[in-house]
Structure formats: C-alpha cells, structure tokens
Unconditional design. Structure first.
Length: 304
C-alpha cells in the first residue's frame, strides 16, 4: 500500500469517534496499520462501549486497510503497555502515537469537585503520559518515532468553566516539549495540535443569542476530518525536523503558536522591595500583560 505513512504502525487513542476516528481513517488510507483505542465512554467519561472502536476498525478494513481495536483504559499504566504490546504482536512495530483521548467535566471553578479535576487530568494528561512512556522505549530502540498530542486553545488561551481541561491541555504542551527535548537524540519527534472541530466535545456549547447561534453554525463546517491531514503529516517521515512545536487547524487554516518567552524586563542595581515593585512594575509591564481572554476572543473571525 502506498501513502505518506506506508509501512508504519500507528496507535490512536480516542480513535472511535470524532477527531480520533478521522485521524485513524486517514492514517490507514495513507498506508499505516492502525490500533484504534477507545473505551466508548460518554463525553463525561462514564460507561463502556466497544462499538465505536470496532466500527472504526470495520470502516478501515472495508476501505482496504489494516486495523485492530482496543477498549483498554489509558488511565492505567499497565493498560498502556498492553495496548503497545497488542500493536507489536499484530503488526511487528509501532511508529506513531496520536494522544487524542479525552473527556470533559465543565464547571465553574468554585464549584469544581476533586473528581471533576482528577478525572479530566487522569484521561488527558496522565493518559498521554502513560501511552507516551509505553512507546518511548520502542521508539528509542528503533531510532525513530513520532508523537502527536492534542492540546487545545482552551489551555493555550483560556475558556470559562474549564480550569481542569485547561490545566490538562497546557500540561500536554509541557509533556510534548519535554519528550521532544529528551528524545531528539533518538530521531524521535513530538508535537502538539490544537484542533478546532465540531465534535461532541463542543456540541454542548450553549447557543442562546443570535451571535452565539451564528458562531455555532460557523463551527459546524469545521469537521473532525479537517484535523487528520496535519496529524498524519506530523506522523510521517516528511515532517523530519519538526519537533517541540504547537500547531493548530481551524477549517482550512493552519497556525503555528508561539511558546512562552520573556517579553519585558525591569531591574534595579540595589534590588527590590515590595514598595519599589509597587512604584515601578505595573507601569512598566501593564502594556505587555496578556489580556484575560477566551479562545473565541482571540479567534474572533469566521473560519476560512
């Protein structure tokens, strides 16, 4: 089979629906053999259903590709090891990991419970670590491999009622960067994608005003399949040299995000006291403070 990832083996978490399904399908169409991981839970993380993973595998096979399903939870480190073992047992190797699985527990912070916090961190951040750690040794031994992690503009910019999700997604940015730094010597790459897509992750967004309804309608043109080409490209050898980066897909737009660096400085040869800071810091830095914005404030035009 020909294609940009021909001969490679990919693992896609959350591959049964939405963005993950779109990525799994295109990976297979471009020649990869795919392990589709999905426990089939609700958006909030409840319940189990083997259907979504099996349906994606069936669709891949119907189109002439090769795939297997896994319904193990990535929250457990031992399950991550078993998922990777399944890939190697079935296909002989693993080359690409797409960390896409996630849940939502949106709630304003002063009402957020420990389970709201820990469950979201557990799936997004701990799950991404578990899967990444499970494939890392194999990538090192074969001197190649690509990690593609899903972050979010909710973490990179901000959103209401998502402190848990924001922390997890910004943590994934740090995880990706750390992997990139540690594993570049083994020809292993690690990058993030912040996707804009109409999936069940955002279908619950309330639309009451006419402006909100118009915005939702614009969102609906951003299908999950729009994310897949960038994910597949980053997994391929064609993306050699791209690592430690944060990219975004918004319909037909591709963005490269900056990463935190110092933007302003003040100093005093005689050192600082709280009073001296009060006299200087605010006036010196105010124009450069990052505004308290949400993702929709920054991306305030219709997708192209």
């Amino acid at each position: 089979m020909t294609g940009i990832v021909a001969g490679k083996v990919a693992i896609v978490t959350g591959g049964g629906r939405g963005i993950g399904r779109g990525i799994a399908m295109l990976l297979a169409a471009e020649g990869a053999r795919v392990v589709v991981c999905d426990i089939g839970a609700s958006l909030e993380g409840a319940g189990l259903d083997a259907g979504p993973a099996q349906e994606t595998v069936a669709a891949i096979k119907e189109a002439g590709g090769e795939a297997i399903a896994s319904t193990l939870s990535i929250v457990e480190p031992k399950n991550a090891e078993l998922i990777v073992k399944a890939a190697i047992d079935a296909f002989g190797r693993v080359d690409i990991l797409v960390n896409n699985a996630g849940i939502l527990r949106d709630v304003i912070f002063h009402k957020m419970s420990w389970s709201d916090w820990s469950d979201v961190i557990g799936v997004h951040l701990n799950g991404s670590f578990n899967m990444s750690r499970a494939v890392a040794s194999h990538f090192r031994e074969q001197n190649s491999g690509s990690f593609v992690h899903m972050t979010s503009t909710s973490g990179l910019v901000g959103n209401f009622g998502q402190a848990n999700y924001m922390a997890a997604k910004l943590g994934i940015m740090g995880l990706s960067r750390g992997i990139a730094l540690d594993m570049v010597r083994f020809n292993v790459r690690s990058n993030c994608i912040a996707p804009f897509a109409w999936t069940r992750m955002i279908e619950s967004i309330p639309a009451q005003t006419e402006d909100e309804k118009r915005r939702i309608k614009a969102f609906q043109q951003m299908t999950p399949e729009k994310i897949a080409p960038l994910a597949v490209y980053l997994g391929s050898d064609a993306a050699t040299g791209i690592t430690g980066q944060i990219l975004s897909v918004r319909n037909n737009e591709i963005y490269l995000f900056n990463q935190p660096r110092p933007i302003q400085t003040i100093h005093r040869a005689d050192g600082w006291t709280p009073q001296k800071l009060d006299a200087q810091l605010k006036d010196a830095f105010a124009a450069s403070f990052t505004p308290l914005e949400r993702s929709e404030d920054v991306f305030n035009w219709d997708p192209i």
